[in-house]
Design a protein around this ligand. Structure first.
Ligand SMILES: [Zn+2]
Length: 418
């Protein structure tokens, strides 16, 4: 929680102590039957995490609130100290910022897919045959579409994915999406969701833009080549995740930190960018040890570094307990290089949300957190796991408490009162 009191002023001191916040995406879990009732974190051999648990303080976190299932975007916002209920305005703007589009407050953004429609206009492949080549050229064609009253910026990201930003006067994000989320049906016509003139105009301009996409993509050389190669066409764009870009207080102003963000997923990079963290290049193929050493290097330049490691979440969504356990062990091995870091600096490790192997999705269970550093009040916990952390000295906190605790440990907090 950020203190909303006019007499409370956050400090802007600078210091030499650094902080590394490691978010192991979806690492927390529920007890898994095939792991004999243990969680993957309990089943994994995690000697470095356990060493850090011995020298640190543990607790459990409700990143949003007890029982609320967080998305990665809302969870990261909360962990960075932003009230997600106020600051979250849809996934699109974060995706767009994450793929490197500049999104300013008030603009509307979407996640997009290149998709295949047949001659009857039915979606036959929502991922355009998982297209991987030629999307930059297709994006150029899409960016050439002119619709009076609005300006569109599209960027292709990985595979069939991309993001779209729409700017113009009097836009409304209270509109429906075009992605039908299934095949064998036509893409939805974008509809206004209220009676406002803004929503009607926005929907109308978007429908004309989508029509334009169909025209420029149909005869595009990339698609001509795909026909010859027997591949599915990328002849339309499906839009979803609509949101209006939020206006967030920069991290540097909130905490007086120069902060960096390392993440392989666009969504998390986008959250970092919106919060004013500098996004440090990390490509999707980077190994876990590579990411950890990149984060250690970054602490020489930044006061605060957020590192998101996605792999455990992916394994959870696949329902693969063995893989998740192996990923956790891989993360643990990479942490050997961080043990010395905590002699003079702070390291916080947590999961942004629980991703349950059995549910194959995020759940509202609290996640374990570990903070190690020079002046933490150590507790009796000697293992980093969901159940061990519940007995730790931090108790049960919320996502929005984490930054306050870290800033205070780093002696950079301002006193509230006299
Ligand atoms: Zn996540």
């Amino acid at each position: 929680m950020v203190l909303h009191n006019k007499y409370f002023k956050p400090s802007h001191k600078t210091g030499v102590m650094k902080c590394l916040l490691l978010i192991c995406d979806g690492m927390a879990d529920r007890p898994v039957k095939t792991l004999r009732g243990r969680t993957p974190l309990e089943a994994a051999d995690t000697r470095n995490l356990d060493l850090l648990a011995k020298s640190g303080i543990l607790g459990i976190v409700d990143t949003i609130a007890p029982g609320i299932r967080p998305g990665s975007d809302t969870a990261h916002l909360a962990i960075l100290g932003y009230d997600p209920v106020v600051s979250y305005t849809g996934r699109g703007p974060f995706e767009a910022a994450g793929v490197g589009l500049d999104v300013t407050a008030g603009e509307i953004a979407f996640r997009c897919n290149f998709a295949t429609v047949d001659e009857n206009g039915l979606v036959v492949d929502r991922r355009a045959g998982r297209i991987s080549e030629g999307t930059q050229e297709l994006a150029e064609a899409v960016n050439g579409i002119k619709i009076p009253g609005a300006h569109f910026r599209f960027r292709a990201s990985t595979g069939h994915r991309g993001a779209l930003v729409m700017s113009g006067k009097g836009l409304s994000h209270n509109i429906s999406e075009s992605d039908p989320h299934e095949e064998g049906v036509k893409p939805h016509v974008v509809e206004p969701l209220d009676g406002s003139e803004e929503a009607r105009r926005t929907a109308d301009m978007l429908n004309r833009f989508i029509l334009g996409c169909g025209k420029v993509l149909a005869g595009h050389p990339v698609n001509v080549r795909r026909i010859q190669e027997g591949l599915r066409l990328a002849n339309t764009l499906l839009l979803r995740g609509v949101g209006v870009a939020p206006s967030l207080a920069p991290f540097s102003e909130k905490y007086g930190f120069r902060a960096g963000c390392i993440a392989t997923v666009a969504l998390v990079r986008g959250v970092g960018r919106f919060c004013g963290l500098e996004v440090i290049g990390a490509d999707a193929e980077m190994s876990i040890p590579g990411l950890v050493s990149m984060a250690i290097d970054a602490t020489s330049k930044y006061d605060f570094v957020l590192l998101n490691i996605k792999a455990a979440d992916d394994a959870s969504h696949d329902g693969d307990a063995e893989k998740k356990t192996a990923v956790i062990e891989e993360i643990d091995r990479a942490l050997a290089g961080l043990l010395d870091f905590t002699v003079e600096n702070y390291l916080a490790i947590l999961s942004d949300h629980t991703t349950s192997i059995s549910r194959r999705d995020h759940t509202g269970d609290p996640v374990p957190i570990l903070i190690a550093g020079p002046e933490v009040r150590t507790d009796d916990t000697a293992v980093f796991s969901e159940r061990a952390a519940a007995k730790g000295g931090l108790g049960r906190i919320r996502g929005q408490d984490i930054m306050n605790i870290l800033v205070d440990l780093m002696n950079r907090s301002e006193k509230f009162g006299a």
